[in-house]
Design a protein around this ligand. Sequence first.
Ligand code: NDP
Length: 263
Amino acid sequence: MQLFSIFGNPVSHSRSPLMHNSVFTNLHYNACYTRTLLEDGTKLKEIFFALGLSGANVTVPHKEAAFNACDEVRGFAKTVGVVNTLINENNRLIGYNTDADGFMYAIEEFTNVQNILILGAGGTAKALATRFKQDDLDVTILNRSKEILPYFDELGCITSTWDTFTLNKFDLVVNATSAGLKDENLPAPQEIIESILNATNYVADAIYGKLTPFLQLAKEKNIIYKDGADMLLGQGVLANELFVNASLEKEAIKREMQKSFLL
Ligand code: NDP
């Protein structure tokens, strides 16, 4: 039996074991997925091999440590320097990033999206902005503080803080801040958020498992929205494909993984 795990701190809340075990069990793939609390990110590689893992996911705060732990990093993970999926390939640790493509997968049904506003400038915003720019999309970043904005300037994004923001018409607005995760905060002052929502077609939030105040406002304004569950599903489907080395159908993986969201 193959063994997989998720590394994080905290990790007890993670839905990944449910998602991946639902696929393994229902599609009769001989594997089991556990969770591992990792306090020291520099120990990731050692613990991965000591546990005899075939693969793993990595969550907050170890995604950059995972990048550094890899013998080889492939695809988009190389561009952003952030790894969320690890594969044991002949005892070499190979790193991938399925977060950003998972988000693209999640918003496939949103049509004519060219001009995107990202609220936030942390790790998720960085991955999404980099991925959007690969598709030549127009990206604006609005963040509470200005220290991390130069990364986005170099990427070719329009950047601003709450004080310098000027309103534009956006096709999609993404909340990539943690505002609303453990509190009832909006990702920016209410008057800014209201004006943004009045000029957008679609809204997405990276946070899942609750209707954030941001999504609540979008809902009240009858804007088409989705929470972070589809992003979570998207990255999970792509990670599972890597785990099973493409031996299962992507649509079947998605179907079985989706069922775990009802548990
Ligand atoms: P980071 O800690 O890297 O970045 C947090 C960002 O949120 C920063 O831009 C920070 O601004 C901003 N922020 C925090 N609190 C507030 C606030 N009260 N008001 C306005 N801005 C605020 O986090 P991540 O990028 O890793 O994660 C962001 C969110 O995305 C989290 O809620 C996480 O749970 C979610 N997520 C969901 C995933 C999914 O699969 N659905 C996958 C990954 C993440 P500042 O720079 O000023 O501090």
